[in-house]
Design a protein around this ligand. Structure first.
Ligand code: ADP
Ligand code: ZN
Ligand code: ZN
Length: 821
């Protein structure tokens, strides 16, 4: 018999793959791309992915694979190559990629949390003693790790037991971690043939009601009728047996009903994803001339990547829909990426209108099992259940496509495409372009304010380029006006009279207003009037932000929070004042200025609650809100029909940002939020408040002149050696000990300098020098386009690995950020 060894990827922040011996019983079944359970370290268990299988005997002794989790591989060679590209390009580990790429449901570990299945009613009488023990344990401690349970019960091999309990839906692991990658089947109840008409039902109920011995059956039947909308559709059996609704039903009465054929029970797959039907054909969309020209260009473009540069409201989505339709007709799959899933609600509806059930949505707010189901339905070629159009945020690039033909990246300039933490720090847009290349698929990037790098590529002819300069339906671009805050500034409210007058006018006309302020909280900080003391975070090198609603001072980096002091701890003065304004403060001011207007706030704090974001957006759409104040969340591509005024409270915050992209970003954010003004036949006004009315970025926004912005920036980028002429790698070093940090950073910079010379900048302290108790230092690597950057990355990673292995410098952390945003 042969002996095989498998190299596997474990979901840990470790380089490379790890070798395990394949038990002979799996010789015929083990395949690349399958999940297996392996022990890693002294007792941790993980699910791992088989990357390679060979007969080569490793030079060291290896452990056995413990079990196979999948009959069929869940990944194929192409997906694994894509993972390897991400890991290599973004200087991260395959394990990190596995962690972002696979839904949690596919990742198993001994530290996985387990809890009782939400649908488990306790009605199973055939639990074994051990199972009973687990259930009782979890009843007392709702969430426990696999290891904790092992210890508590004194059973070393916990996995097989928990596995069967999960299969039987008694428990869920790390929210259905070990779910076996199959849609769940459950028992459904419906009413039997011969008992369905109202007449038949009434007779049955009367008959059962008449005898005491059958009255319990009436309860079951009534509960069924209530749950099923009077028998209109089958009801999950578990719902019938729920007790927390105050209507417990008898199991034996239920069985009698089944026996007599009054009720029928059957197994059905229960889709966790609602189903939708298309209502309109894409053929009904009539493109205008600009859109038609863009569509023609994009469907014939000979470059693999093309940019659709269309002003806000030019109707890019309609062009996408036509392109999607074309791909779908050819049996291809389409990946539609959005920067943030918060934006999906509107676009899902627009796509579903045309493509109904062919559209699958993948996002992090979905439950684990929903995500697993999307995964499965992306893979399957079954025309009834398979998805052809996959809509999602950046992690959707990891879905297991079977025939990808078109990738659309909407709002391609958006920074949320970049994962900032943890590794892999990948850019969803760029990863999507690479993915499309693996599939020989086309990529369309769309934006009203393309990223400078993208526009550069288009201008150079590397990407195709097509522009739409007019808003759809003859609507004019919004009129952008600027208020010089040096002349019109009200310290009490931070609203100029000019903006306040426009808001008042709009509210009186029953029109809506959006106000953009890029800071959340009430004030940026508080300060003692007497000695200028300002409260700072204990763990980070920043001042604390004042939140009035919770009367607290909070750190926006680590979450540290303290109550607001009533006097200055340094000089005991009671005069503390607020400095700088956030969204909460503006909301407050508006309520005073416009007591009749309905004001709402859209920022991280106001949307922490699940679904709150959607509620606010819907309320605004339904005109239950007059004025919406928010952070960049309000700048994103949402369509509202009745916004006549958009106000940018402080443009200076955006412009004076210590970053080479500040100008570009300020232009993008201001232009994007301006795009929310005026729809449905009205032009709309944008009012920018600033102390620098002649700043170039503001002038460019007023003139709607992307090109002028681009030209000024591209020159600067060349002169100051930034992208797209140079490619950047940010190296961040972190350590609790400032001296060790400095030593490590100097050592690393010196070593890198020997190899890369002037391409090394730093080490330098970043603008925030300490976060969560760790001091930070940065080294920047800068390579000219065309230099052998892949080699440089490998060498750099090696040097860093040696450095972090130095015991004396421990625990030093080093992060890479390739193409930082
Ligand atoms: P963008 O994404 O470029 O900002 P949208 O795609 O949201 O613009 O289009 C703006 C509005 O114009 C939407 O309400 C859209 O439905 C409408 N629209 C655009 N093109 C057409 C078309 N060809 N026919 C009908 N309505 C259109
Ligand atoms: Zn003081
Ligand atoms: Zn902090």
């Amino acid at each position: 018999m042969k002996t095989f060894f498998a190299e596997v990827i474990v979901p840990l922040h470790l380089n490379g793959t790890f070798t395990y011996r394949v038990p002979q019983e799996y010789n015929d079944t083990v395949r690349v791309g399958q999940r297996v359970v392996v022990q890693f370290g002294s007792k941790r268990l993980y699910s791992a992915i088989v990357r390679r299988i060979s007969e080569e005997v490793p030079a060291y002794s290896v452990k056995y694979i413990l079990s196979l989790l999948d009959e069929e591989p869940i990944l194929d060679e192409r997906e694994l190559r894509f993972w390897e590209w991400i890991a290599g390009y973004y200087m991260s580990c395959l394990g990190d990629v596995m962690t972002v790429a696979l839904p949690n449901a596919f990742r198993l570990a001994s530290e996985s949390a387990v809890s009782i299945h939400p649908d488990f009613t306790g009605e199973l009488s055939d639990l074994t003693d051990k199972e009973m023990q687990v259930v009782q344990l979890l009843a007392d401690h709702p969430v426990m790790t696999v290891d904790d349970i092992s210890r508590a019960i004194g059973l070393a091999k916990m996995m097989p037991l928990l596995d069967t309990m999960i299969e039987r839906e008694i428990i869920v692991m790390d929210e259905e971690l070990r779910e076996r990658f199959k849609p769940r089947c459950s028992a459904f109840v419906s009413i039997g043939e011969g008992f369905r008409t109202p007449q038949q039902l009434k007779e049955t109920l009367d008959r059962l009601e008449s005898k005491a011995s059958t009255r319990k059956q009436v309860d079951v039947l009534l509960k069924y009728l209530q749950l099923s909308g009077n028998g209109a559709e089958p009801v999950a059996r578990r719902l019938l047996f729920r007790t927390d609704d105050g209507f417990p039903v008898s199991d034996s009465a239920y069985r009698t009903l089944l026996r007599n054929g009054v009720l029928v029970q059957e197994e059905r797959t229960e889709s966790r994803i609602e189903s939708y039907e298309s209502t309109t054909s894409p053929d009904t969309i009539v493109l205008n001339d600009e859109q038609q020209a863009a569509y023609d260009y994009l469907s014939r473009c000979d470059r693999p990547v093309a940019l659709l540069h269309g002003v806000t409201s030019s109707g890019k989505t309609e062009v996408y829909i036509k392109l999607i339709d074309q791909a779908v007709q050819q049996g291809q799959q389409v990946l539609f990426l959005l920067p943030e899933i918060a934006l999906t609600a509107q676009i899902i509806n627009r796509l579903r209108k045309y493509f109904g059930d062919k559209v699958g949505v993948y996002h992090s707010r979905f439950s684990v099992s929903q995500r697993a189901e999307v995964w499965q339905r992306t893979r399957t070629s079954d025309p009834d259940t398979g998805f052809q159009i996959l809509l999602g945020a950046r992690s959707a690039v990891f879905l297991p496509f079977r025939n990808l033909g078109l990738v659309i990246v909407d709002e391609e300039h958006d920074t949320s495409y970049k994962q900032s933490d943890p590794a892999p720090r990948y850019n969803g847009r760029d990863a999507a372009i690479y993915l499309a290349r693996l599939w020989n698929a086309r990529t369309v990037l769309g934006s009203a304010t393309p990223c400078i790098e993208t526009y550069f590529n288009a201008k150079q002819g590397k990407y195709g380029l097509v522009e739409m300069k007019k808003r759809f339906g003859g609507l004019g671009l919004p009129e952008v006006l600027c208020v010089d805050m040096k002349e019109d500034h009200d310290d009490a409210t931070h609203l100029s009279k000019f903006l306040a007058d426009h808001i008042r006018q709009a509210v009186e006309n029953h029109e809506q207003v959006i106000l953009f302020q890029n800071r959340r909280g009430f004030s940026l900080r508080i300060e003692c009037d007497n000695c200028h003391w300002t409260p700072r975070c204990q763990h980070c090198d920043v001042s604390l932000v004042y939140h009035k609603s919770t009367n607290s001072l909070r750190c926006h980096y680590c979450g540290y929070s303290i109550p607001v002091p009533d006097q200055c701890p340094a000089c005991h003065s009671h005069h503390l004042s607020t400095k700088g304004i956030g969204t909460e403060r503006i909301e407050d001011d508006l309520e005073i200025l416009f007591p009749k207007a309905r004001v709402a706030r859209l920022d991280l704090d106001s949307t922490l609650q699940k679904n709150r974001y959607i509620e606010i957006i819907n309320d605004f759409q339904d005109r239950n809100i007059d004025i919406l104040v928010g952070t960049q969340m309000v700048t994103k591509g949402l369509d509202f029909d009745h916004v006549s005024v958009v106000g940018i409270i402080s443009a200076d915050n955006l412009i004076h940002f210590p970053d080479f992209r500040a100008f570009e970003r300020a232009f993008q954010q201001m232009t994007q939020v301006s795009g929310r003004a005026g729809r449905h036949g009205h032009q709309g006004k944008v009012i920018i408040q600033t102390f620098n009315p002649y700043h170039q970025a503001i002038r460019n926004v007023i003139d709607h002149d992307y090109n002028a912005m681009y030209l000024s920036q591209i020159t600067e980028r060349r002169v100051f050696r930034y992208p797209p002429y140079f490619r950047l790698i940010d190296i961040t070093l972190k350590h609790r000990d400032r001296d060790l940090l400095n030593e490590a950073a100097d050592q690393l910079a010196a070593q890198l300098r020997q190899l890369f010379d002037k391409r090394v900048v730093g080490p330098e302290y970043p603008s925030v020098t300490r976060i969560r108790g760790l001091y930070l230092k940065k080294i920047l690597l800068r390579f000219e386009q065309g230099e052998a950057i892949a080699d440089a990355k490998r060498i750099t990673a090696d040097i860093v690995n040696r450095l972090t292995a130095d015991k004396r410098l421990r625990p030093l952390q080093v992060h890479f950020d390739v193409d930082p945003q």
